[in-house]
Design a protein around this ligand. Structure first.
Ligand code: DX5
Ligand code: ZN
Length: 210
């Protein structure tokens, strides 16, 4: 299981130290960008995302919670950007996936708790990552919705049956116990904010998620 700490719940006054505290143990740094429309919250924009990228050696896993991702994709195409993920519920997501690939980055497609796997079936051969939300997007610190487990199982089955290679990532409500559940269901990456950044020993927390 790979682990992507979500910088959303880090202490931004001490961002440098926060990023250093996970750098040696995590696989990616998860970077949530919100526009205040697609979700009812605002985090930070491409400028801060770029600074995060320059403060850590971890590759960036960028999660765009925005209505119009085509306006943002090029702005988050940093040298250390590994994944750019857009929502299946946003405008022109199929074109967005193409744009991400055109830029040479890995393309991710995210589904909210109320969106089924059926809705993204035609795109599963074109993505490098499928992000399953474990909570309603927009805020850290919520409880994992158990009903999402069957979507992970379904995505794992489709991946195996078709020889697809996408990562199955889960974001929201992840702790040691839900990480075990999503791992058993077939997830390959977990995102965790509160569980990692609200606890002093970051290494212990990351290890417990694997
Ligand atoms: C929520 C964000 C998550 C968030 C997860 O919309 O996409 O990345 O930081 O936070 P936790 O791990 O606290 O649920
Ligand atoms: Zn996220």
């Amino acid at each position: 299981m790979k682990v992507a700490p979500s910088v959303l719940t880090a202490n931004f006054i001490h961002l440098d130290d926060e990023l250093k505290s996970v750098e040696n143990d995590a696989d990616y740094i998860h970077v949530d960008i919100m526009d205040g429309h697609f979700v009812n919250n605002i985090s930070f924009g491409p400028m801060i995302a770029g600074q995060i990228g320059s403060l850590t050696n971890l590759p960036m896993d960028i999660h765009l919670m925005v209505e119009y991702p085509l306006e943002w994709i090029d702005k988050v195409n940093f040298p250390t950007t590994e994944f750019i993920t857009v929502h299946a519920e946003c405008h022109r997501f199929a074109e967005s996936l193409k744009r991400i690939k055109y830029l040479g980055k890995k393309a991710g497609l995210c589904i909210k708790p109320s969106t089924g796997v059926d809705y993204i079936l035609p795109y599963l051969d074109k993505v490098d990552l499928v992000l399953v939300m474990g909570v309603e997007p927009g805020h850290g610190g919520q409880m994992f919705i158990q009903g999402q487990l069957k979507k992970i199982e379904e995505l794992a089955r489709i991946k195996q049956e078709n020889g697809y290679t996408y990562e199955i990532e889960v974001d929201g409500g992840i702790n040691a116990s839900t990480a075990k559940q999503v791992k058993d269901a077939g997830a390959t990456i977990v995102v965790a904010g509160t569980y990692i950044f609200n606890f002093e020993n970051r290494k212990e927390r990351i290890d417990s998620l694997r």
